[in-house]
Design a protein around this ligand. Structure first.
Ligand code: HEC
Length: 164
């Protein structure tokens, strides 16, 4: 599945026409439908590890996730215009600074693996913001973002959260 996503992403990036966008969206939609059917009982086969969090910690994680999406959206829009300064501004809040407001018991409530996937992504966003501030090209930033986002994919495949 992630290969499908990667190649769709590459096609969109390489060709960048509305026709290709819609064809690729269709191909992705078909691939998702096929994957769901091939998996049959999708919910029953959910093999992700469950993390149990109190409401405060879960709300923090969900808010962090929404910040990831909106920061990346802003960064990609800025990248499309080679506006590298705005890329840095969009990515900085996704770096380590956001973690300073984490609820005190969040870190002790999540498994090691979750921390090991999660912490470096914040550091990666700081590094990409640093690179953007010091003259990295659009292509270099896209490459780094693609690599960092493997952690989104890996963590979502491995964990789910339920409220205590
Ligand atoms: C360390 C693990 C981890 C990483 C890294 C991670 N996520 Fe998540 N994400 C989760 C978990 C677990 C959930 C489910 C949370 C829930 O529903 O309680 C989630 C949920 C989400 C949601 C749904 C939020 C909502 O409103 O319910 C979005 C969107 C999301 N992640 C985006 C991202 C993006 C984009 C990245 C990478 C930039 C990312 N995540 C990286 C673990 C992670």
């Amino acid at each position: 599945m992630s290969n499908v996503l990667n190649s769709v992403h590459e096609d969109i990036y390489m060709k960048n026409t509305s026709l290709n966008l819609s064809l690729n969206n269709m191909a992705l939609g078909i691939a998702v439908v096929l994957a769901v059917f091939a998996n049959g009982a999708w919910a029953e086969k959910d093999s992700r590890e469950t993390i149990i969090l109190d409401d405060e910690s879960r709300a923090f994680v969900v808010q962090e996730m929404q910040q990831f999406v909106s920061g990346l959206q802003q960064a990609l829009s800025a990248l499309s215009q080679d506006d590298i300064k705005s890329v840095a501004a969009a990515l900085r809040p996704l770096g380590m600074q956001g973690m300073s407001s984490a609820p005190p018991n969040l870190m002790s409530s999540v498994p090691d693996g979750f921390r090991q996937i999660g912490m470096p992504i914040h550091m990666a966003f700081d590094k990409i913001a640093d690179a953007a501030e010091t003259g990295a090209t659009t292509k270099e930033i896209l490459t780094s973002l693609g690599a960092a986002m493997n952690r989104c994919v890996a963590c979502h495949a491995a964990y789910r959260i339920v409220s205590r």
